[in-house]
Design a binder for this molecule. Structure first.
Ligand code: GDP
Ligand code: CA
Length: 310
């Protein structure tokens, strides 16, 4: 069975780790958000692609929840002592990857080409694709001003309430090579438990990706990133409350209106079952907290089971 997954960084990467235990990784394609990509210290950083690469290769720092294990921070300390740009936390090991990517991009390689090389180098069997090779950047309009994603998320600690999310470059962005093929050849399309607005939103802002989902002939199943109406981590619940008027499973389903056939959500939100059904979306209740490899795999299996019904 071929599976294509739309995903952001940390939450999505956790889900992908369960999936590679449940399906043949060679038949799995991750289509990854690039709206958070940023240039820091002259380097091209793709945080969500890196979260996926690190998590699936076992290089991630699971306790910190981002970046690499056994990380040291000497380069950043030097930058700071010299008065350089130090708001974005880049560890020494992490920097090595950014150097390689930045050099390749400057030499004219596409982001998808570099990503494929990095994924092979860390030993991944699944296909990892950026949603697009072209610049697509997420901006947030807030009562305190308009900010590029990382400034809002990291520098301002996502404290500003969001009135609107915008995707600069999206109208012109073409899907990266392989993205549409993966969607057309998939037996099942999944949307990972990632932030609907700032992780999945930028991917769906690429017109041809959205229309591929709208015209799908196979089931598309999303997994909710909320448990009991709250995010496991990050601003998803605050954003959903402010932009969609609530944090129920139905509000999550609504953010994928016309694009999904089923929504997997936690038993803590079981009271939302009827409201999800009323949207024409099949409700699938599961344990969705991914604590360890067993719980990750169980969620992946519950999601794959949806294909039998959707
Ligand atoms: P980011 O790009 O690194 O912010 O990561 P994602 O957008 O892919 O993931 C962030 C989302 O993952 C948050 O909204 C979390 O609530 C969600 N998340 C993290 N861990 C879990 C989990 O164990 N279960 C579920 N259902 N969602 C999770
Ligand atoms: Ca992200």
């Amino acid at each position: 069975m071929r599976v294509a997954v739309l995903t952001g960084g940390v939450g999505g990467a956790r889900f992908l780790r369960g999936l590679v235990d449940a399906v043949d990784p060679a038949a799995l394609t991750a289509i990854v958000n690039v709206g958070d990509d940023v240039e820091v210290l002259g380097l091209n950083i793709s945080p969500d692609l890196d979260s996926v690469l690190y998590a699936l290769s076992g290089l991630a720092d699971e306790e910190r929840g981002w970046g690499r294990a056994d990380e040291t921070w000497n380069a950043l300390a030097t930058v700071e002592s010299l008065g350089g740009e130090s708001w974005f936390r880049l560890g020494d090991r992490d920097l090595g990857l950014h150097l390689v990517r930045t050099q390749a991009l400057r030499a004219g390689d596409a982001l998808s080409t570099v990503t494929a090389r990095l994924a092979a180098a860390v030993g991944l069997e699944l296909t990892v694709l950026p949603a697009t090779d072209e610049p697509l950047r997420t901006w947030l309009d807030t009562p305190n001003g308009t900010f590029p994603f990382q400034e809002w998320f990291v520098a301002r600690a996502h404290r500003d309430p969001v009135d609107r999310v915008r995707f600069e470059g999206a109208t012109d962005a073409r899907p990266a090579p392989g993205v549409l093929d993966a969607l057309h050849e998939a037996d099942l399309i999944l949307i990972a438990p990632s932030n609907p607005f700032v992780s999945i939103g930028p991917i769906l802002a690429v017109e041809r990706i959205r229309s591929a989902l709208e015209r799908r002939r196979v089931p598309c199943v999303a997994v909710s990133p909320l448990i009991g109406g709250r995010a496991v981590k990050g601003p998803a619940a605050e954003m959903l409350a402010r932009l969609s008027g609530g944090t129920s499973a139905a509000h999550v389903a609504q953010s994928y209106a016309g694009l999904i056939d089923a929504l997997v959500f936690d038993k803590a939100d079981a009271h939302d079952t009827d409201a999800v059904s009323e949207l024409g979306v099949r409700p699938i209740i599961a344990s969705t907290l991914m604590r360890d490899s067993a719980t990750r795999r169980r969620l992946a299996e519950a999601t794959l089971d949806a294909v039998a019904f959707a």
